[in-house]
Write a protein that binds this ligand. Structure first.
Ligand SMILES: [Fe+2]
Length: 491
C-alpha cells in the first residue's frame, strides 16, 4: 500500500520542497480574496502566532511523556515512529514558513528527503536516518525561533502573495502540525504499555437529554451553500462555495452509540453478508473482524465487552458514540438498521444550513469559534462525550455533536468541488481525489479547533479503523415529511 493510501488524514500530505514551482504557478483558489493586494496584517497574525504556539505545546506534550525507545519505536505499521512526526512538523515549517514565506534559506534542507511523507511510506520510516528525539526537539525549536521573525515582518519580495492572504500559510502550517498531533494521538492509542496521558472526562448530557430517545431530525428539501470561499484558513479542497440541492432527509440526532452498535453485533451483523458491501464482506472475513478495533470480550466477566483506551482497559460505555469502526462497518450497520450513511452534502447541510436566513454557518451553533461548552475538540478529553451532550452546540435542525467527539463517515467519495483549484500544491488534496477514499466530517475529540470547521473534509480508505471515527445514519424523508415541506411548514 502506498504512503498516500496509508494516509490517515490530510495531516500526512507532503508539502515537498519540489512543489515550490507548483505553488508559484498554481491558479488562485476560487473564491479567494483576489486582487493581488497585500493582506491587512494584525488580527490574523495574532491568531497565527497563537495557533502555532498551541500546536507546539501539544506536540511536545505528546512526545515529552515517552522515553527515546518509545519515541523511535513503530507502534503500528500504519503509523510513523513518533520521533519522525516530531521532526516532520518542523521540517514542513522549515519549508513553508522559512523558505516559501520567509527569506529563503531554511534551517536544514538536507533533511527534506527523510521527512518527505510522499517519498517514505509509513511502514518504512523506522529505517530512515531520523534525528534522535533530542535532535528533533532542537531542530524544530530552531525553526520556530526563526519563524517568529518571519511572523513579525512583511512578506519578502518575490513571495507568492496568495500565501499571505489572511495569513493562510501560517494557518496551514499550524493546522498541519495539529493534524499530525491527532495522528500522534492515534499512535498513542495503538501503543501498548502503561498509560501516559490523562484528561478529565467530557461533560455528561443534561438529565433530559440522557432520558430522551434521541431519534432523528428532519432536514427539509432545498438548496444550501456547501464549501467556503471566504474562510481564510480553509484548505483548497473546501473551496469554493457552491450551491447544492439536497432532497429532504432524516438524520440521527446524535452519533450511533456503542450500545446500539452492540445490538448489531449481538444480532450476528458481522456474520451476515446481506448487510455488507461486497468488498467489506471480503475484508471482514479475511481480517476476522467481529467488533470495533480495541474491543474484546472479558471472559472473566460473563463475556462483557471491554476496550483498551490510552493504556486503560475499561467496560465499553454504552452511551458513548462508537468509534474505531471502518467505513465498511458503518455502512453495514446502517444497512442492518434499515438506513444508510448520509452523503457528504447531507451532513454539511445538517451542520451548517440556517433555514431562517438561508445562509450556511461556520459551525452548527453559528459563526463563533468552538469552545469547551460547544464541542468536544482539542484533546481536552481523551474520549467522546456521551451521545446527547453539548446541547449548546446543536445545529438548527436539532442534531448534536456534529462537530467534535468522533469523525463521522459519510457515503461520499473524496472528490473535487466544482471550480476546485489546487493550492498551494497538488499533493495537498488533488492527488487523493477519486482514489477510493471516503469522506469523514466533523472532527473528533482529538481534532484541534483550528483544524475543524463545518466545511472541513477529512478522507481515508474504507477499511481504516485506527482513526477516531464513528458515524450516524440517515434515510430519505417519507411522504409525510415531504408533504410538510410542500405546505411550507418546515422551511
Ligand atoms: Fe505531514
Amino acid at each position: 500500500m502506498s504512503e498516500n493510501a496509508a494516509a490517515a488524514a490530510p495531516a500526512t500530505t507532503a508539502h515537498t520542497a519540489t512543489t515550490a514551482g507548483t505553488a508559484a504557478t498554481a491558479p488562485a483558489p476560487a473564491g479567494s480574496a483576489g486582487g493581488g493586494s497585500r493582506p491587512v496584517r494584525g488580527a490574523t497574525r495574532e491568531r497565527a502566532l497563537a495557533a502555532l504556539e498551541a500546536a507546539r505545546r501539544r506536540t511536545l506534550a505528546l512526545t515529552d511523556c515517552l522515553d527515546e525507545a518509545e519515541l523511535t519505536a513503530q507502534h503500528s505499521k500504519l503509523m510513523s515512529p513518533l520521533a519522525w512526526d516530531l521532526a516532520h512538523v518542523g521540517n514542513q515549517e522549515d519549508i513553508w514558513l522559512l523558505r516559501e514565506a520567509g527569506t529563503g534559506s531554511g534551517v536544514r534542507p538536507d533533511l527534506d528527503d527523510v521527512y518527505d511523507a510522499f517519498q517514505t511510506p509509513r511502514a518504512d520510516r523506522p529505517a530512515l536516518p531520523m534525528l534522535s528525539p533530542d535532535a528533533a526537539r532542537a531542530y524544530i525549536a530552531d525553526v520556530r525561533a526563526r519563524v517568529l521573525e518571519v511572523l513579525a515582518g512583511a512578506p519578502p519580495e518575490g513571495a507568492d502573495e496568495r500565501l499571505f492572504e489572511g495569513d493562510f500559510v501560517f494557518g496551514m502550517v499550524a493546522q498541519h502540525e495539529q493534524q499530525h498531533d491527532e495522528t500522534m494521538l492515534a499512535t498513542h492509542q495503538l501503543r501498548r504499555g502503561p498509560a501516559v496521558l490523562d484528561a478529565p472526562d467530557p461533560p455528561a448530557p443534561t438529565s433530559r437529554a440522557r432520558d430522551e430517545r434521541h431519534g432523528e431530525v428532519l432536514v427539509p428539501a432545498g438548496p444550501f451553500t456547501m464549501g467556503t470561499s471566504d474562510e481564510p484558513w480553509a484548505l483548497d479542497n473546501e473551496r469554493p462555495a457552491h450551491t447544492v440541492e439536497v432532497a429532504a432527509f432524516r438524520l440521527d440526532a446524535v452519533p450511533v452509540t456503542n450500545g446500539a452498535y452492540q445490538r448489531f453485533i449481538d444480532d450476528g451483523g458481522y456474520r451476515d453478508p446481506r448487510w455488507w458491501h461486497p468488498e467489506g464482506w471480503e475484508y471482514v472475513q479475511r481480517a476476522e473482524l467481529g467488533a470495533p478495533l480495541f474491543w474484546r470480550r472479558d471472559e472473566d466477566a460473563d463475556g462483557m465487552w471491554v476496550r483498551r483506551r490510552f493504556g486503560y482497559t475499561e467496560r465499553v460505555p454504552p452511551g458513548e458514540p462508537v468509534m474505531h469502526v471502518s467505513w465498511y462497518e458503518a455502512d453495514a450497520y446502517a444497512r442492518w438498521a434499515g438506513r444508510r450513511l448520509p452523503t457528504e452534502a447531507e451532513w454539511e447541510k445538517a451542520a451548517r444550513h440556517d433555514p431562517e436566513t438561508g445562509v450556511s454557518r461556520r459551525y452548527p451553533w453559528g459563526d463563533a469559534d468552538p469552545d469547551e461548552g460547544l464541542a468536544n475538540l482539542g484533546q481536552r478529553h481523551l474520549r467522546p462525550a456521551p451521545a446527547g451532550a453539548y446541547a449548546a452546540g446543536a445545529a438548527p435542525c436539532g442534531a448534536r455533536q456534529l462537530i467534535g467527539d468522533v469523525w463521522e463517515w459519510t457515503s461520499s467519495d473524496f472528490t473535487a468541488y466544482p471550480g476546485f483549484a489546487a493550492f498551494p500544491y497538488r499533493e495537498y488534496s488533488e492527488v487523493f481525489f477519486g482514489d477510493g477514499y471516503k469522506v469523514l466530517r466533523g472532527g473528533s475529540f482529538g481534532t484541534a479547533e483550528v483544524a475543524c470547521r463545518g466545511t472541513f473534509r477529512n478522507w481515508d480508505l474504507p477499511l481504516r479503523r485506527q482513526i477516531f471515527a464513528g458515524f450516524r445514519t440517515a434515510r430519505d424523508a417519507d411522504a409525510a415529511d415531504t408533504g410538510a415541506s410542500a405546505d411550507g411548514n418546515s422551511r
